[in-house]
Design a protein. Structure first.
Lengths: 212, 209
């Protein structure tokens, strides 16, 4: 529960930083502020999919039901935050690029992750026996994660009109307050993820107990 | 078993022919447009035929209630995977060869010059497609709505293979040397290794009772 309050306070602080403290960006104007939601979302999404991989391997090795619940919950959150990333990116893209969607490298690879893990959730939903669902999903969780680098490189070579990520651009420097606002939101989103994960895992465990 | 795979092959051959009609109707008679779209529709044909063919990998076991026999099979289950994979690769290569012949015949394109390079790209792409396809076919064999779930799972995972093969085919058909697409070929090899290894290592977990 404490985690929930912590996440709430963090999100509040993040909003305050994003709108109150961080300066207005010179070229993009206020539109740039959506970055404070967009970048932490995609960070959480990637963390969530990494957790799916680890939990899937643990499940296959040890057959701990808890690991399966973590993988399941984390996949759901990963899809949620990938969706959030795409949505916020679209809202940013419309005024900046003049289009809701372009088939550029990063958009494409993130949307492929989105459909890949949507398929993972679909598979889980279509298997009735819990044990089989857990095993099959774990295998898919491993294959999907192994596929992420392949997707990344193929899409990158296929189409790269892109700007490098703002955070790691060489020579590019962001004002301290922008970085600070971003970091606060990173922390807040990570807390939110952990809070959701804990809640969802608990829920899945109770569901399993109720079904047993 | 023998007879059944022949049935699948016949149906797939017929399906390939139908695909050509569809491509012709949708693209129209414009030769240039066809040439530009050729690598894409070629692989679209391979993938559609692959989805149908690969999805039937375990149909025999399911229909004859011998799924349990797979579970009870002694020894290393990964041997079953490798066997099924080899069968699928063979089946797909036959269908793909047929599609290529039909393409050259009906669309009057000359593939002969690029054939060795094209064969390499097709072989690498087919292995990747079949490696994941065989694994996912086992995964969906016992699941509700498997006809739907199989392509839904397979297509997103196959994006790297698709991009690499289409791009490499495009370059090969333009007469470029293989060295021009070395990065795509490397990606295909990497994908093949990763997929086959993943299949061999995880197939065991799909066949537990």
């Amino acid at each position: 529960m404490a985690l929930g309050w912590l996440a709430a306070v963090g999100l509040g602080a993040g909003l305050l930083m994003a709108f109150g403290v961080a300066p207005r960006e010179a070229t993009q104007g206020n539109v740039q502020r959506i970055m404070y939601l967009h970048v932490p979302s995609v960070w959480v999404a990637y963390v969530a999919f990494a957790v799916v991989l680890v939990a899937s391997i643990v499940y296959l090795a040890r057959r701990a039901e808890r690991a399966d619940h973590v993988a399941h919950a984390s996949a759901e959150l990963g899809v949620l935050f990938t969706g959030l990333t795409i949505a916020t990116g679209s809202i940013w893209g419309k005024p900046t690029w003049g289009a809701w969607w372009t088939w550029d490298a990063r958009l494409t690879s993130v949307s492929i992750l989105f459909v890949m893990y949507l398929g993972y959730l679909l598979l889980r939903g279509m298997i009735d026996e819990g044990d089989r669902a857990a095993r099959y999903a774990a295998v898919l969780g491993v294959v999907a994660a192994l596929n992420i680098p392949l997707v990344h490189f193929s899409v990158y070579w296929w189409r790269t009109l892109h700007q490098p990520p703002s955070l790691m651009r060489p020579g590019g420097s962001m004002p301290g307050m922008i970085v600070a606002a971003l970091l606060v939101n990173f922390a807040a989103f990570s807390l939110l993820y952990l809070y959701f994960l804990a809640k969802r895992v608990r829920l899945l465990r109770l569901e399993a107990e109720a079904a047993a | 078993m023998e007879r059944r795979s022949k049935e699948t092959l016949n149906a797939l051959a017929f399906f390939s022919l139908l695909l050509l009609f569809v491509f012709q109707f949708t693209l129209g008679p414009d030769r240039e447009r066809l040439a530009a779209a050729l690598p894409g529709i070629l692989w679209l044909g391979f993938v559609l035929a692959g989805l149908l063919g690969l999805g039937r990998t375990f149909v025999l076991e399911r229909e004859n209630d011998c799924w349990d026999a797979l579970l009870l099979a002694p020894g290393d289950k990964s041997a079953i995977y490798v066997g099924k994979l080899a069968g699928n690769v063979l089946l797909m290569l036959v269908v793909e060869t047929l599609l290529l012949v039909l393409f050259t015949f009906f669309f009057n394109v000359d593939l002969a010059g690029a054939l060795p390079a094209l064969a390499l790209v097709v072989a690498l792409g087919t292995l990747g497609l079949a490696a994941v396809g065989t694994l996912f076919a086992a995964m969906t064999a016992q699941v509700r709505a498997r006809e739907l779930l199989f392509p839904v799972l397979l297509l997103p995972v196959q994006v790297p293979v698709l991009l690499a093969t289409v791009k490499a085919t495009e370059a090969v058909l333009l007469g470029e040397p293989l060295s021009a697409v070395a990065h795509w070929l490397k990606l295909l090899v990497a994908a093949d290794v990763v997929y086959v290894a993943a299949g061999v290592l995880t197939f065991d977990f799909l066949l537990e009772s």
